[in-house]
Design a protein around this ligand. Structure first.
Ligand code: NAD
Length: 267
């Protein structure tokens, strides 16, 4: 039993977008500790090199590349960089994403486009490129990072974000149906309120500026209503679920969205 965790993803090549921080970095660390080599992409060059230092410091074979997933013309280069580095791609984690607060009556076309390009369009075309590699290999696992906001709906701080993440659940079902005959699984993880820098903007704009709360208080208050342990989801909770979906432990699971929310049922 002792070495099982270290061996589960031995020799696998795992690529993760938005891998420099938060859920993406926690996932890179987790799959790396399970024996995978990782390739991370991120828009933030400094954070990317810090993350690569951290990963290699942990003894994980890691490489990466700056990428803006919203710019879909770069998706083919991103994928070919992975194959050039490692020769194949076993797992693709479509994780890069962000949200900016703008409530329903105030949503602008610019905000709609920015949010959709990042959270949906980018994810779709990267998935398409990853699938091309995996079809040739006749195997692979793709994990899309959706959100509880896309599953539950309701009073979200960003309707375009909730719409994009809901669409990503359906992209998961569609891609899983198409790719099943090629031996490729496609699943999604829908995290709840995760303890990452993702909330910094909403914390500043809504928590501090609008509600006069202290830094970090908005999400901490929300987390009190989470049934399980009354705490935020940690990035490691998301990472362990992604690692499960990446591994052969989930070999007959495809097209599913697993919620990692501590039982949260409302926004
Ligand atoms: P985070 O802000 O900590 O990390 C996101 C990473 O993505 C950052 O390193 C950032 O530089 C990178 N990134 C942003 N835009 C990019 C772009 N255009 N191209 C490439 N990289 C880009 O946030 P996180 O919480 O780790 O979020 C990761 C995923 O989890 C996102 O898809 C997010 O929507 C999802 N999610 C987060 C939460 C949460 O509560 N934190 C909840 C549900 C879903």
């Amino acid at each position: 039993m002792g070495n099982l965790m270290n061996e589960r993803l031995k020799g696998k090549i795992v690529a993760i977008t938005g891998g420099a921080r938060g859920n993406g970095l926690a996932t890179a660390i987790r799959v790396g500790k399970e024996g995978a080599s990782v390739f991370i992409g991120d828009i933030d060059e400094d954070a990317l090199s810090e993350a690569l230092k951290q990963l290699t410091g942990l003894g994980i074979t890691a490489s990466g590349r700056v990428v803006d997933v919203s710019n879909i013309s770069t998706a083919p280069q991103f994928m070919s960089a992975i194959v050039k580095e490692f020769g194949r791609l076993d797992v693709f984690v479509n994780n890069a994403g962000a949200s900016r607060p703008q409530t329903f009556p105030y949503v602008t076309e610019d905000m709609w486009d920015w949010t959709m390009d990042l959270n949906l369009k980018g994810a779709f075309f990267l998935l398409q490129e990853a699938a091309k590699i995996m079809i040739n290999q006749k195997s692979g696992s793709i994990v899309n990072i959706s959100s509880y906001a896309g599953v539950i709906g309701g009073l979200t701080s960003s309707p375009p974000y909730a719409a994009a993440k809901a669409a990503l659940v359906n992209v998961t079902v569609m891609a899983a149906a198409y790719l099943a005959e090629h031996g490729i699984r496609v699943n999604a993880v829908a995290p709840g309120i995760v303890n990452t820098g993702f909330h910094d903007v909403v914390d500043k704009v809504v928590g501090q500026d609008q509600l006069g709360l202290k830094r970090g208080e908005l999400m901490k208050n929300k987390a009190k209503s989470i049934p399980l342990f009354h705490r935020m989801t940690e990035p490691e909770d998301v990472a362990s679920t992604v690692a499960f979906l990446a591994s052969s432990d989930s070999s007959h699971i495809t097209s599913e969205t697993i919620m990692v929310t501590g039982g949260m049922k409302t926004l």
